[in-house]
Design a binder for this molecule. Structure first.
Ligand code: 5GP
Length: 191
């Protein structure tokens, strides 16, 4: 059994249902998970809260945090900055918590460079047709945006080779069960 908690990265294209899958197991106490709250410069959406979904900051504050070496990784994503506060991740891992980062592919690459034993999981849709159906089904966005999301998803899906595990979200409960098994396995073993 390890003393320091795992660093777990979960990525997947927009519309794949990451949040729904995570919600199935994030509160399972035996997994000892803590969700890493990222910092972002994007606008808060209805229903979101500062310090819960993200720390919502100005571009200046974000840049200052980068300059101070305060981020484990960061990226620009459709015009906004997103990053993982380093101190919180380290503190939680040192307390034995398994810290879960829900970040995109560039961020994952940076994490793996710094923490080679990070447990990286990519969630894929059963097919591009199904992903398109989900993206169209959940929003009333203009066709141009839907096309941008689909193009981005296709690019991201080509980068699944950088991840240790790829899990298909065909069925939410099954995908969540598979991820539970992967996490438990890594909690018990040294890799
Ligand atoms: P959204 O704006 O929809 O909340 O997030 C957009 C994308 O940014 C998602 O793919 C999400 O996983 C990713 N993201 C959220 N926080 C971070 C972060 O701290 N670092 C990186 N690299 N990506 C993030």
């Amino acid at each position: 059994m390890k003393d320091k908690g795992l660093l777990i990265v979960i990525s997947g294209p927009s519309g794949v249902g990451k949040g729904t899958v995570l919600n199935e197991f994030i509160n399972d106490e035996d997994l000892k998970l803590s969700y890493s709250v990222s910092m972002t410069t994007r606008e808060m959406r209805p229903g979101e809260a500062d310090g819960v979904n993200y720390y919502f900051v100005s571009k200046e504050e974000f840049q200052k945090t980068i300059n101070e070496g305060g981020l484990l990784e960061w990226t620009e994503f459709v015009g906004n900055y997103y990053g993982t506060p380093l101190a919180a991740v380290e503190k939680l891992r040192n307390e034995g918590r398994n810290v879960l980062l829900e970040i995109e592919v560039n961020g994952c690459r940076q994490v793996v460079e710094k923490v080679p034993d990070a447990l990286t999981i990519f969630i894929v849709p059963p097919s591009m047709e199904e992903l398109e159906k989900r993206i169209r089904g959940r929003s009333t966005e203009p066709e141009e945006i839907v096309q941008q999301r689909l193009a981005k998803a296709a690019r991201e899906l080509k980068q699944t080779g950088n991840y240790r595990y790829v899990v298909c979200n065909d069925d939410v409960k099954l995908a969540a069960d598979i991820i539970r098994v992967i996490i438990r396995h890594h909690m018990e073993r040294d890799f």
